[in-house]
Design a protein around this ligand. Structure first.
Ligand code: NAD
Ligand code: UGA
Length: 460
């Protein structure tokens, strides 16, 4: 078995950064280099001030502090890192295509192909190439073809090793994974990667499969998780009209060990960079094989999620006497979930867009998301001019400032700190009636009603 001494990871994002930090932390005898084209990102990974790391994850600063400079390095010199590595992880982004065939559904593999071509051009010795990015099933075939046809005659072994960490809990997920999945054809290459994980993951939790099962399992895992959220969100709407309470329903069904209690929290809709992208990709793959019933089935998970976001925004408008024009709505939270600074596909973006179309004034407070990111997210939608986004949206660093004088508060992210606010003081400072729309069922309904708020939560 090849002894792995040097690992390179291409892509220093939400997956590459934390994953490689933990691999380095747990494998003292392996030198790990994470490379990226984005110089600002690499500079932030190298910043002495650990609060400036480009990815906010609880506990990540400690891991980076321990390993960086010892056997963990961040660099923009991609060629050198490829040349020196025994094993190369590809952890670049694979967003939904925004052009051409498959636009709006298929995964855009241009960054993956660029990596493959660069590896082939640079490599002068045999390499194990690991797909860490989430990829459509059978991508390994294309990768192998590019590597073999454009390379310098060296051997490439391709493995699929999808990542299952969730943002906000990345470090604990990496330290204690439910499973590590490795798909491949070459037994020695598989064993080499198993040995990296075996440094801290019990052997029985390291599953090995063929390449296609591994690639497909990643898409299917995300589809099943997202499907649970859409399922409970569908029921939340039924709860609202029948007097049932969605949390009580979740608890009642979740106690059945065949159903299980996780991922049954009703919300304003799931966000994040992957659920929607990966399901769309699954739908696209099914359609390319003419499996339309399969495609339609999974597409419904996305349609219901869109419905949930729209429904939340429309309920705000309807409750506020069918007009929010000129009214101030304070958004608590912008990130797609708590404990992350990631806003990709966050429900908050779409709810804001809906309210802004009605000329509402939105004041945003999020503990980890900077103003530039919030404006960037809105501008990216292209619904209105950047000037109009800045005219209608204000971003503040103090939640009490956001809420003072507001007609309504809307909870979009389940940050713990929102629960501990002085809601009595907030009530004093808000306009009357003081509406609270809780898209996360986070706040204490009883307390808020006693304080005189008009409180509306998803699913009750
Ligand atoms: P990201 O956008 O945060 O990071 C990707 C990085 O790759 C960027 O910094 C980009 O500059 C860099 N990059 C792109 N092309 C490059 C190239 N040719 N050379 C060097 N660097 C290049 O993305 P992410 O969230 O880390 O996701 C990466 C992959 O992992 C995706 O396929 C995603 O589906 C998958 N994934 C993500 C998560 C998650 O929680 N974010 C979890 C599991 C799997
Ligand atoms: C998800 C998966 O959980 C990871 O296993 C996977 O690796 C990752 O996608 C990926 O491939 O990118 P992530 O998107 O980071 O992780 O976060 P989740 O905890 O899954 O939450 C996704 C969205 O669903 C969030 O908006 C969250 O608020 C929402 N959600 C989650 C609910 O509304 N209800 C729930 O019960 C659970």
């Amino acid at each position: 078995m090849k002894n792995i001494r040097k690992i390179t990871c291409i892509g220093a994002g939400y997956v590459g950064g934390p994953t490689m930090s933990v691999i380095a932390q747990k494998n003292l005898n392996v030198e790990v280099t994470v490379v990226d084209l984005n110089e600002t990102r690499i500079a932030a990974w190298n910043d002495d001030d650990l609060s400036k790391l480009p990815v906010y994850e609880p506990g990540l600063d400690e891991v980076v502090k321990e390993a960086r400079g010892r056997n963990l390095f961040f660099s923009t010199d991609v060629d050198k890192a490829i040349d020196e590595a025994d094993m190369i992880f590809i952890s670049v982004n694979t967003p939904t295509k925004t052009y051409g065939k498959g636009k709006g559904q298929a995964a855009d593999l241009k960054y993956i192909e660029l990596c493959a071509r660069q590896i082939a051009a640079v490599a002068k010795s045999d390499k194990i190439v690991v797909e860490k990015s989430t990829l459509p099933v059978r991508t390994a075939e294309a990768l192998k073809s590019i590597l073999d046809n454009t390379g310098n005659g060296v051997n490439f072994h391709i493995l699929s090793n999808p990542e299952f960490l969730a943002e906000g809990t990345a470090v604990t997920d990496l330290h204690n994974p439910d499973r590590v999945l490795i798909g491949g054809e070459d037994a020695d290459a598989i064993e080499a990667l198993v040995s990296v994980y075996e440094a801290w993951v019990p052997r029985e939790r390291i599953l090995t499969t063929n390449l296609w099962s591994s690639e497909l399992s990643k898409l299917v895992a995300n589809a099943f998780l997202a499907q649970r959220v859409s399922s409970i969100n569908a029921i939340s709407e039924l709860c609202e009209v029948t007097g049932a309470n969605v949390d009580e329903v979740s608890r009642a069904i979740g106690q059945d060990s065949r159903i299980g209690s996780k991922f049954l929290k009703a919300s304003v809709g799931f966000g994040g960079s992957c659920f929607q992208k990966d399901i769309l990709n699954l739908v696209y793959i099914a359609r390319t094989y003419n499996l339309h019933a399969v495609a339609d089935y999974w597409e419904q998970v996305i349609l219901l999620n869109d419905h949930q976001k729209t429904r939340f925004a429309e309920n705000i408008i309807k409750t506020m006497y069918n007009t929010v024009n000129g009214k101030s709505i304070a958004f608590l939270g912008w990130a797609f979930k708590k404990d992350t600074n990631d806003t990709r596909e966050s429900a908050a973006i779409y709810v804001a867009d809906h309210l802004l179309a009605e000329e509402a004034n939105v004041i945003v407070y999020d503990p980890k998301v900077p103003a530039e990111q919030i404006y960037k997210d809105l501008d990216y939608l292209g619904t209105r001019s950047p000037e109009d986004n800045r005219r209608l949206v204000k971003v503040v660093n103090d939640p009490y400032e956001a809420l003072s004088g507001a007609h309504a508060a809307a909870v979009l992210t389940e940050w713990d700190e929102f629960k501990g606010y002085d809601w009595a003081k907030i009530k004093e400072d808000m306009k009357r009636p003081s509406f609270v729309f809780d898209g996360r069922k986070l706040l204490d309904r009883k307390q808020l009603l006693e304080l005189g708020f008009a409180y509306y939560a998803i699913g009750e």
